[in-house]
Design a protein around this ligand. Structure first.
Ligand code: C2E
Ligand code: CA
Ligand code: CA
Length: 399
């Protein structure tokens, strides 16, 4: 029913908007053509089907800067400011800020001195945008100048308490802001596209350090030693990621099963068909795949049957309350059982005390990770930690 669509059908010679008059919408030309005249009446452009005009009015409430009239019978679709403002609210502050900057420059060039209060949130946007732009610049610099670090958090096999491997976790000490939270850093890298070089840097560094790390490890009952590296959802979208991983392994002479890639359950669920494709390619290289933050992402476990994963990492929110909450304990027990029945290893993350560690042994969990054993450590700090952890009996003696 074409008549049900909100369209304006105009004859030739009709003035759609007048320079200096208020305006709160832009127009998309569906058929016909229009001419755009400057405030002095000089023709600036002729636009036809598929083109948009009046778009400046979508961003601010100042008068129109040009006159537009139809050259032929023309059909237009109106784009309302309110609708676009709603969309803008949901975009990144950097994009909003850049848009406003562009608009301000355009308005100034067209003879408007100042734009008063474009938008009450503009100042906030500009702070957030400037911070993001500054951090992105600093992160690029940090990557290029070797200022990022990896910390390694020990993974302990249960019940024998062998040091079975490490999870690599990124660390960035910003010269002005201090240590930047990894989640914030990853988020920034994802927004700015820096995630691809950053992810490759993490993989490369972890694999360079792995021979040293491996020399501290001992095999457990369920697994041989391995290094675990996080991959963000954005990195999964990089078509070269599997090849890069295979190349790093090859160059480092590292058997693929000694590398585990961690992906959050929610990232995998978000786009299951494409995650499945990449994971199958990845699994075919022999690399192990862990579902991180397991239990937080989804209500159905159907997908577990179809993905080539080898490990479930039970989210720390369940582990940290497992002693006091019978429901959490039930969830952890069910997750451990589920992993076992599917032939997967279970890792419990966030173990902060001995009683929790003992309970996890009782529940049959395969691998433990948490502050009770060790915080994420620099490569250099590991030998001293290992010595102390052995004296305290937290790790087996390794003989
Ligand atoms: P994650 O992968 O779930 O990593 C585990 C987080 O839990 C780490 O935080 C670790 O320090 C913390 N943790 C470990 N044991 C305990 C404990 O007993 N108690 C408590 N309260 N926390 C514990 P971190 O290092 O701040 O990393 C946060 C998140 O940032 C990671 O969560 C991961 O999603 C992301 N991340 C870190 N490094 C990388 C990286 O190299 N690449 C990607 N893509 N993401 C990374
Ligand atoms: Ca992880
Ligand atoms: Ca986790």
């Amino acid at each position: 029913m074409p008549n049900a669509l909100p369209r304006e059908h105009l004859p030739a010679g009709h003035v759609i908007c007048q320079a200096g008059a208020p305006g709160d919408s832009a127009y998309l030309i569906e058929a016909g053509s229009v001419e755009v005249l400057s405030q002095e009446g000089i023709r600036i452009a002729v636009l036809s089907a598929g083109e948009i005009f009046g778009e400046v009015a979508l961003l601010d409430q100042l008068p129109r800067t040009a006159t537009v009239l139809t050259l032929a019978p023309t059909t237009l679709m109106r784009i309302e400011r309110a609708h676009v403002q709603e969309l803008l609210k949901r975009t990144d502050p950097v994009i909003r800020h850049l848009l406003m900057l562009l608009l301000e420059r355009f308005r100034n060039r067209s003879g408007h001195e100042n734009i008063p209060g474009l938008n009450p949130e503009a100042a906030l946007d500009s702070d957030a945008a400037n911070l993001t732009l500054m951090l992105a610049q600093d992160l690029t610099h940090a990557m290029a100048n070797g200022l990022l670090e990896l910390a390694y958090q020990p993974l302990i096999s249960l019940p024998e308490r062998n040091l079975i491997g490490f999870e690599a976790l990124i660390r960035w000490q910003h010269p002005l802001l201090g240590s930047v939270m990894p989640t914030k850093l990853i988020n920034l890298a994802e927004k700015t596209g820096l995630i691809h070089p950053l992810g490759l840097w993490v993989l490369q560094r972890a694999m360079n350090d792995w021979p040293t790390l491996r020399s501290y490890c001992q095999p457990g009952m369920l697994s041989t030693p391995f290094i675990s590296v996080n991959l963000s959802p954005a990195e999964l979208g990089n078509p070269q990621i599997v090849e890069s991983i295979a190349r790093f392994l090859d160059e480092g002479g590292i058997p693929p099963h000694e590398l585990q890639i961690e992906l959050t359950e929610s990232a995998v669920i978000e786009d299951l068909p494409s995650a499945k494709q990449v994971l199958q390619k990845l699994a075919a290289t022999g690399v192990a795949i862990a579902l991180d933050d397991f239990g937080t992402g989804y209500a159905s476990f159907d997908y577990l049957n179809t993905l080539p994963i080898s490990c479930l990492k039970i989210d720390q929110t369940f582990i940290q309350e497992v002693l006091v909450s019978p429901r959490r304990r039930e969830i952890v027990q069910t997750s451990v059982n589920l992993a076992r029945s599917l032939g997967l290893i279970s890792i419990a993350e966030g173990i902060e005390d001995e009683s929790t560690s003992d309970l996890l042994v009782e529940l049959g969990c395969g691998i433990a990770q948490g502050y009770f054993y060790a915080r994420p450590l620099s490569l250099q700090a590991i030998p001293k930690w290992l010595e102390e952890a052995r004296i305290l009996g937290r790790i087996s003696r390794g003989d």
